[in-house]
Design a binder for this molecule. Structure first.
Ligand SMILES: [Zn+2]
Ligand SMILES: [Zn+2]
Length: 216
């Protein structure tokens, strides 16, 4: 199952120009099987896209991209409706653990020298031993940054996931997560990530993905 795990819409990410109705149509036309909407600090856009997905018979799962002092984190299965501008990582982790969700650092090596350099040894080790997966394919990051994230994933034995981080419709699906099973619910999304039954990919590596008529 091909899932773009990281998409922003214009509903609650002012930085995005993606209208949710077009998003669902484009994802279907491309041959994606599902997508996750992950607005900054807000659940609303994901709720809207999920409803539109239901009408169109296309699964949209809800997430949020939460800013912490350790960088941006994707959260699934344990989202608040709204987060403050910065949420302490330890607080977010405790909450996500308590609610049975997953927490995933996204674009962890974009424009940085990595966790240990940015956070210091102790905090970096705490972070990497606490999270459920790492985003190792991010559509808005350089191949070198994605490669650096992959080194972390393999060193710490963490599943690697991928998402486009699309803010414009043409960016949709640039990076993806390939799940071994079909996902019928957000609970299953969480379960499969926790079990590591997924891998990250660039769109170019996936046979059969089409371009949407929306950007012809
Ligand atoms: Zn981000
Ligand atoms: Zn993002």
């Amino acid at each position: 199952m091909l899932v773009d795990l990281h998409v922003h819409t214009s509903v609650s990410s002012p930085c995005s120009q993606i209208e949710p109705r077009l998003l669902v149509r484009a994802a279907k036309e491309m041959g994606l099987d599902a997508l996750c909407v992950t607005e900054h600090e807000e659940l609303e856009g994901a709720e809207v896209a999920r409803r539109l997905g239901e009408e169109a018979g296309f699964p949209v799962f809800r997430g949020v991209e939460v800013y912490t002092e350790c960088g941006d984190m994707l959260v699934f299965g344990a989202c608040r409706r709204r987060y403050p501008v910065t949420t302490p990582f330890a607080e977010l982790l405790e909450e996500v653990r308590g609610l049975g969700g997953v927490i995933i650092p996204c674009h962890p090596c974009r424009g940085s020298l990595g966790f240990h350099h940015t956070l210091g040894e102790e905090k970096a080790e705490f972070l990497l031993s606490s999270v459920d997966a790492i985003e190792v394919r991010n559509g808005g990051s350089s191949p070198e940054s994605n490669q650096a994230a992959e080194v972390y994933a393999s060193h710490y034995g963490l599943p690697g996931v991928g998402g486009s981080d699309a803010h414009f419709i043409m960016q949709l699906g640039r990076c993806l997560t390939v799940f071994e099973r079909d996902l019928g619910s957000e609970e299953e999304l969480v379960e499969e990530i926790k079990a590591g039954r997924c891998r990250a990919a660039y769109a170019a590596e996936i046979e059969g993905l089409r371009t949407s008529s929306l950007w012809r």
